[in-house]
Design a protein around this ligand. Structure first.
Ligand SMILES: CC(C)(COP(=O)(O)OP(=O)(O)OC[C@H]1O[C@@H](n2cnc3c(N)ncnc32)[C@H](O)[C@@H]1OP(=O)(O)O)[C@@H](O)C(=O)NCCC(=O)NCCS
Length: 193
């Protein structure tokens, strides 16, 4: 398995992997979100995991900002992360997260943010955003799902609210909505007394 920058020719295969991972027959918004990030110039990296000629995983990085007191700080948002359903559980997702963090550090980004399962990303370099002084772009992102990985370019003053690029709002892919949001909040209140 090799991880490399996606090319234009990879695009249909990338969209198919994302759609399969996120069950897009029901709801195609993740693919629309990726297209909107690219069309608005917010995309910063698109990495594919390839086995032979087959795209088996993908991760995207796009531009966001931390609204720090001193100045607006450009940061990266990791989304989406997708592995083909028949290849999940084999370490591809972990390798893509590692590659995305390396790529972000090489680009000089001070931090990478995401929304996702704490049990997954907490073991892969991420910490709860609130514990490091960051605020969520929406209160509909469960507190535990809002996570950040700080990179060498980060400086202590670079804290504040994360501002998402417009593509996430335009495709309504920020956080969760009821009734799922209420169910996730109830579950996490039970787990964290
Ligand atoms: C999440 C995803 C990218 C992980 O990729 P993967 O290649 O299967 O992951 P890895 O093989 O590196 O890691 C497997 C581990 O992740 C765990 N895992 C997989 N999906 C998880 C999830 N949604 N929440 C928590 N843990 C998860 C597995 O239980 C396994 O745990 P273990 O190492 O303790 O056995 C992949 O399952 C996927 O594409 N899911 C659908 C899309 C999605 O939910 N993307 C993430 C949105 S934030």
């Amino acid at each position: 398995m090799e991880i490399r920058e996606a090319t234009y020719a990879d695009l249909p295969a990338v969209e198919a992997v994302v759609a399969a991972a996120f069950d897009e027959e029901l709801d195609g918004r993740t693919v629309l979100m990726m297209r909107a990030l690219a069309a608005t110039g917010a995309e910063r990296a698109s990495l594919v995991a390839v086995e032979g000629d087959e795209v088996v995983g993908h991760v995207g990085l796009s531009r966001g900002w931390v609204d720090a007191r001193r100045e607006l700080v450009e940061v990266l948002v990791l989304s989406p992360l997708s592995v083909s359903p028949d290849r999940q559980g084999g370490g591809i997702g972990t390798a893509l997260v590692d590659a995305a963090l390396r790529s972000a550090a090489e680009r000089g980004a001070p931090a990478v943010f995401l929304e996702g399962a704490w049990s997954y990303y907490g073991a892969r370099g991420f910490s709860p955003g609130a514990s490091l002084g960051f605020e969520r772009p929406s209160t509909r992102i469960p507190e535990r799902a809002f996570q950040v990985a700080l990179l060498p370019a980060h400086e202590p003053w670079m804290t504040g609210r994360l501002v998402y690029s417009e593509a996430f709002w335009a495709t309504d892919t920020v956080g969760l909505r009821d009734p799922l949001l209420a169910r996730v909040e109830e579950r996490s209140a039970r787990e964290l007394p």
